[in-house]
Design a protein around this ligand. Structure first.
Ligand SMILES: NC(=O)c1ccc[n+]([C@@H]2O[C@H](COP(=O)([O-])OP(=O)(O)OC[C@H]3O[C@@H](n4cnc5c(N)ncnc54)[C@H](O)[C@@H]3O)[C@@H](O)[C@H]2O)c1
Length: 345
């Protein structure tokens, strides 16, 4: 049994807690939270943009810490699951790794490349696993793409376009603060940067055009430069109005097939505008894919994390290095936007 301590019981901490219940071989043995009500099990005020509303929880059998260092020192824990805001990721992950725990940390890995490097190095020094919760590969459409490419049935990926857009999330404090959240680039687009890195590899350079809000990129389109025939692009960020529900989508070209999908959060009309579609020759099919229920998606991600800990081998999907590369790509995109020219990665 892998004994887990969750740091931060907000939106993500709650989702992870609920998802772990679906995973045999994993037990949430501790939580750490600074909010007294949440620490006592009153999670009713917790609500995010998906998943269930929080409830009153029975936390008997769970050690409840207010102080993160105390939880990290708990000798009964194998892994610390960091669901704190991004500005805490590096400090808490490095402390936990140095104390001999494995770490699973929510995205983005960190707000600066220097911090991400510290985390990766701390894991190497300690001989422990650092995994980052870049969850997108576990969404059923993306999972299908990943498996199809790995299976090599339709040849190598030769290009694609990704999109991830939303109206201004003006209810989120600190969203545009580069020292707290990192804005749309690190909160939103990093998901696609990670997936692009996963299936196409590291780009040679990026060329981004867009708008800034204060010190962070707001809305942007990027060309990711690879050796031909690979051509990859993405449109991401925040539209400064309130009429653009969250949406994502992609069109991905393999040597012998095309995959595309388009999702928008429009519950009254059905969420998927275009379900995942596979085109081979002139034949279009809608492959059967897994559950898109967010709790199932996060459970799939955490299951892979548990598998990796048990096997004592880095996960190819959750590896700290991969998440670090995604952060580097995002930082280069902002640099390119500011310099108004392509920059090497
Ligand atoms: N993968 C996804 O789709 C997804 C979605 C949302 C958030 N996230 C990520 O999850 C992380 C957390 O985001 P969230 O939306 O859950 O935030 P949140 O604000 O809802 O929750 C953070 C919790 O941490 C607690 N906290 C803060 N500092 C603390 C400290 N020093 N000690 C103890 N508790 C502390 C807060 O009281 C709060 O309850 C972020 O990195 C975010 O990017 C990922």
């Amino acid at each position: 049994m892998i004994r887990i301590g969750i740091a931060g019981i907000g939106f993500m901490g709650m989702i992870h807690y609920l998802a772990y219940r679906k995973i045999p071989g994993a037990k949430v043995a501790a939580i750490c939270e600074q909010d007294k009500k949440r620490l006592a099990g009153d999670w009713r005020a917790i609500k995010g943009n998906f998943g269930p509303q929080g409830e009153i929880m029975d936390l008997s059998g769970v050690s409840c810490y207010r102080d993160i260092d105390e939880m990290i020192s708990d000798p009964t824990l194998d892994l610390i699951d960091v669901c704190l805001p991004p500005d805490w990721h590096a400090e808490v992950s490095v402390a936990a790794l140095s104390a001999g725990k494995h770490v699973f940390c929510e995205k983005p890995i960190a707000l600066t490349t220097a911090d991400a490097d510290r985390m990766v190095q701390a894991a190497e020094r300690a001989g422990k696993l650092l995994m980052i919760g870049q969850v997108v590969p576990f969404f059923p459409e993306f999972w299908f793409v990943y498996k199809t490419i790995r299976g090599d049935k339709y040849g190598a990926p030769i290009g694609g376009h990704f999109k991830r857009l939303v109206s201004d999330p003006n209810w989120l404090p600190n969203f545009y603060d580069p020292k707290k959240t990192g804005g749309p680039m690190l909160d939103l687009h990093i998901h696609d940067a990670h997936f692009i890195r996963l299936i196409f590899g590291m780009p040679r350079a990026v060329h981004t055009i867009g708008t800034m809000r204060g010190e962070v990129a707001e809305r942007f389109t990027t060309q990711f430069l690879y050796d031909p025939p690979r051509m990859v692009s993405a449109a991401s960020g925040v539209i400064d109005q309130q009429a653009r529900p969250f949406s994502y989508g992609f069109e991905i070209y393999l040597e012998k097939a095309t995959l595309f999908c388009d999702y928008m959060a429009l519950p009254e009309l059905g969420d998927a505008l275009t379900p995942l579609t596979l085109l081979v020759g002139n034949k279009a099919t809608r492959p059967k894919i897994g559950s898109a229920d967010p709790l199932d998606v996060f459970a799939a991600e955490l299951k892979e994390m548990v598998r990796s800990v048990r096997a004592e081998e880095p996960s190819p999907l959750l590896a700290g290095n991969l998440a670090r590369d995604a952060l580097v790509i995002c930082q280069k995109q902002t640099e390119s936007l500011l310099k108004n020219r392509a920059v090497k990665v």
